[in-house]
Design a protein around this ligand. Sequence first.
Ligand code: DGY
Length: 325
Amino acid sequence: MPPAGHVYVSRALTDAAMRRLAELDVPVVVHPDPDRPPTRAELLAGVPGAVAVVALLTERIDAELLDAAGDQLRVVANVAVGFDNVDVAEAARRGVVVTNTPGVLDEATADLAFGLVLAVARRIVEADRFLRTGAPWSWAPTMFTGLDVSAGATLGIVGLGRIGTAVARRARAFRMRVLATGRRAHGPEAAALGVRPSTMDELLERSDVVSLHCPLTPDTHHLIDGAALARMRRTAILVNTARGPVVDEAALVEALRDGVIAGAGLDVFEDEPEVHPGLLELDNVVLVPHIGSAGLATRDAMGVLAVDNVAAVLSGRAPLTPVTA
Ligand code: DGY
């Protein structure tokens, strides 16, 4: 017998996930506008009486929201591997399970990270923009030259978890040297991929490309600040597919403008969906709107896993992918 109450879904998911939701033996209420997140007021109005909330990373799940939902709430299923939008400790205090979607988006996110590496290193977007101007051109020895990724360039992976490891596999195929921080950098999988464990300072100083794959926590907020950027090579590229606030965006704009580093590829932003206006003016940066996991099958898998977590908790089973504070 499922508990009384509804499942509140803060945005329509992919068809596969919506079908899985429809199989639940519980009423489902979906935020009606698929093109924008619910406002805070809409969110607070949607959750009272809910036994489960399926949330995206755009929703802040905190004490106020948990209060609004009520004591019957059993589970918050975040449709993302990152869960910095959820106050996990507060949920745990109230006995509300929090789940995320690890494992199913590693390859898609690593593809995007590596795409950004190549796009910035080989100035692909800049060259595309140039061609579209209709300006005359002919093949020239120095036209749009950039970093040779496959000529022994060094990649520094900050936070070698699942996604970082998937990036390391790609880097290996490109014959890059790979340095990494994080516990897994000392493990057998990293060793098999030729990854060398590194301190943060060494990684910043030695890498031609620094790619961020750490979660956003109080410890990693502004991990890449002005001082960190100043440690990087003037020819280096920064790629961020993790979370925007890991980088001090104002400091990054200055560094890119002043030639402290050569370029950046950003999928995430400090104040999403806002993008620092300074970034929009720069040619040496490639910007995409948080699409790291936007493979069709990946987004299906994320949504289905979130709903499966709800189904498990509502039927009294253990969640598949719980997170802990
Ligand atoms: C995540 O899952 O945390 C991603 O940022 C969503 O693409």
